[in-house]
Ligand binder design. Structure first.
Ligand code: NAD
Length: 367
């Protein structure tokens, strides 16, 4: 059955999503809208989209699934416009790097029968625009979804499957926790890279260009500073509180380090560096990891909003990727959710956490 997917905002992320979906064996018709015609021309030429439409409303009205991939500050407006024109049963999702404000702003405007699920692919690059779009961008990357107690089970499952099919590891996370987590692992590193780059540039004098000496370490640490300033201003302002909190935290830590260096406190300095070294060496890596054996968790549920967010967030909090979600309906109001999870250890942990939340979980090995 043909699924029509509209992508509103054909830039790096929107273009990559469109390109990734076009490579799938499923019959996806990808419709594109972009406010600049040049991106649309390029997307058509590269066959990233099947056809273009001239307004976000038109893009929304023809689609089963709508991706909003415009800058963060414009996302609420575009979601709300799309929601007004979307078909009953349509799913709208965004790709914004921040979540809590967007969700709070749009959820009251989503009409009955239309589903909004916030999303954030943890993939990207410092480049922008459709010319950098890459169909492999989401392979092995985390893709965060932020279900809430309003999230419809079947809609979540459909979006989860679509994103898994493009190679992403889909994780559910609470919107507020999302913003706090990305402030530390994505937004703060960007701020630090920018400050470091500015420091090195400002220390470059007429007589000495210290940047000429920059080697691998400096280049690795500052690579992300080449990202789009416009996008990052949006992110700073939208995730203001969490970013300020993380800047304060890192300032305190730098102060402690400065103090230790000033005092010549060898043990303190060594301790800080050793803790960082050990944490960095243990950094979990999903890239290139073989998927372990699959396990299935069967969870009987009543079909009510809130169930899917509760289950997926419980598993997501453990950092465990759900490979597949299936909803096996017994009756109109009750059924069984089947989660497929790679690796025994993860399946056990997920089953334990769900049991603690009061679910009856039947764990089986996939033969
Ligand atoms: P991009 O600049 O490559 O694409 C942005 C798209 O939005 C372009 O097609 C542009 O024409 C369109 N656009 C710009 N201003 C607009 C406006 N005022 N109204 C309507 N459309 C407008 O940027 P991108 O990296 O694809 O970012 C898009 C979204 O993806 C952002 O919300 C960003 O937070 C999110 N995101 C980016 C990355 C990343 O690393 N680049 C990663 C994850 C999520």
């Amino acid at each position: 059955m043909k699924i029509t997917v509209s992508v509103i905002g054909i830039g790096l992320i929107g273009g990559s999503l469109a390109a990734a979906l076009k490579q799938q064996p499923e019959d996806y018709e990808v419709v594109g809208y972009n406010r600049n015609a040049s991106a649309i021309d390029e997307a058509l030429k590269r066959r990233i989209i099947d056809r273009a439409v001239s307004s976000p409303e038109e893009a929304a009205s023809v689609a089963d699934v709508i991706f909003i991939a415009v800058p963060v500050r414009k996302i609420p407006e575009y979601v709300i416009r799309a929601a007004k024109s979307a078909k009953k049963g349509a799913i709208i999702t965004d790709v914004g790097s921040t979540k809590a404000n967007i969700i709070a702003e749009v959820e009251p405007h989503i009409p009955e029968g239309v589903h909004f699920i916030g999303g954030h692919p943890m993939a990207g690059s410092e480049r922008t625009g459709v010319s950098s779009a890459n169909p492999s961008l989401f392979k092995n990357a985390h893709y965060l979804l932020t279900p809430t107690d309003k999230t419809d089970m079947a809609a979540y499952k459909k979006l989860h499957s679509m994103l898994t099919s493009v190679g992403a590891n889909v994780l559910a996370i609470d919107p507020q926790k999302h913003d706090q987590a990305v402030a530390i692992i994505s937004h703060l590193p960007h701020m630090v890279a920018a400050v470091l780059m500015n420091l090195a540039s400002s220390e470059t004098s007429d007589t000495e260009n210290i940047l000429m000496l920059a080697a691998g370490g400096f280049k690795d640490t500052t690579r992300i500073a080449a990202g789009s300033p416009r996008m990052w201003v949006d992110i700073c302002l939208d995730n203001r509180e969490a970013i300020i909190y993380s800047i304060e935290k890192i300032s305190n830590m730098l102060d402690i380090l400065r103090h230790a260096i000033n005092k010549g406190d060898r043990d303190k300095i060594k301790d800080m560096l050793e803790r960082a070294q050990s944490a960095r060496l243990n950094l979990p890596s999903v890239l290139g990891k073989e998927m372990g054996r699959l396990y299935e968790l069967y969870i009987p549920v009543t079909d009510r909003p809130g169930v899917i967010s509760d289950i997926t967030l419980t598993v997501g909090q453990l950092g465990i990727n759900i490979e597949d979600i299936e909803i096996l309906h017994a009756t109109e109001v009750s059924g069984t959710i089947r989660l497929t999870i790679p690796e025994k250890e993860n399946a056990d942990k997920a089953a334990r956490a769900l049991t603690e939340r009061g679910y009856e979980v039947d764990l089986r090995t996939v033969e």
